[in-house]
Design a protein around this ligand. Structure first.
Ligand code: ADP
Length: 222
């Protein structure tokens, strides 16, 4: 089996083509702040690998998923959409107490809970936030979760159309376990708010790689 290792820039190019196809070589170069000639070798590697195609006077486009997946399943797993992989988000209202959040954490068997204000994303609480508060001697049954959460605008999130790669990089770069998957919506005053439609965590990403390995090797894991 031939294994093609793609460089960061090649993955970026794939992502740009995926989002903007058909797109000219010049437009790809502009988006990356590079010259057209600096991209030439990466574009030819990607087209030789069967991951992209080019039509004269139209531009570059992604080859169909079935072709890329049979050619390079790792890349296909890596660029699939967060919306296809996300799991159910566990949420509580900002007026719930820290005690409620701890009970939810156990009942739902999760490590991260998203906090909503009027139904919109307002904060995140993790295991360690709850542990820290618990050992601090606060009255957990009266302390609102809003007092201890990490709050907007500091929440790192993804959209359903972002790639698994985008999510994985955010998780690693910000040293966190999970991201809310959101859609934009407006509140009554016309301000942009975020509706939580899913969760993507280290577990989701690991499962994708387990599934990929099972498919590639034909082995089943119990
Ligand atoms: P744990 O506390 O179990 O190690 P994390 O590493 O996910 O879990 O959380 C570390 C810190 O980052 C916590 O204070 C938490 O509130 C915050 N945090 C967790 N997820 C996010 C996120 N998506 N955006 C911003 N901050 C987050």
């Amino acid at each position: 089996m031939v294994v093609i290792e793609l460089k960061d820039r090649q993955l970026q190019i794939l992502d740009i083509i995926e989002h903007h196809q058909p797109i000219s070589g010049k437009s790809i170069a502009d988006k990356l702040n590079l010259s057209r000639s600096a991209l030439r070798s990466d574009l030819s590697i990607l087209s030789m690998a069967g991951l992209i195609g080019a039509k004269p006077k139209v531009g570059y486009y992604r080859q169909s998923l079935s072709i890329s997946s049979s050619n390079n399943p790792l890349v296909s797993a890596w660029i699939q959409r967060v919306g296809e992989v996300k799991s159910r988000p566990i949420v509580i209202d900002e007026n719930a107490t820290v005690y409620d959040a701890i009970v939810t954490l156990f009942l739902e068997d999760v490590g991260t809970i998203f906090v909503l204000s009027n139904g919109h994303l307002a904060g995140v609480v993790s295991r360690k936030d709850l542990l820290k508060t618990s050992i601090g001697g606060a009255d957990l049954k009266s302390l609102p979760i809003a007092m201890i959460m990490t709050r907007m605008p500091n929440i790192i999130f993804v959209y359903p159309n972002d790639s698994l790669q985008d999510a994985a990089l955010k998780i690693i770069n910000h040293a966190i376990d999970a991201l809310p998957v959101v859609e934009n919506c407006n509140d009554e005053d016309g301000n942009v708010q975020y509706k939580v439609v899913g969760k993507i965590s280290k577990t989701n990403i690991t499962s994708q790689f387990v599934e990929l390995f099972v498919n590639l090797s034909g082995r089943a894991y119990g």
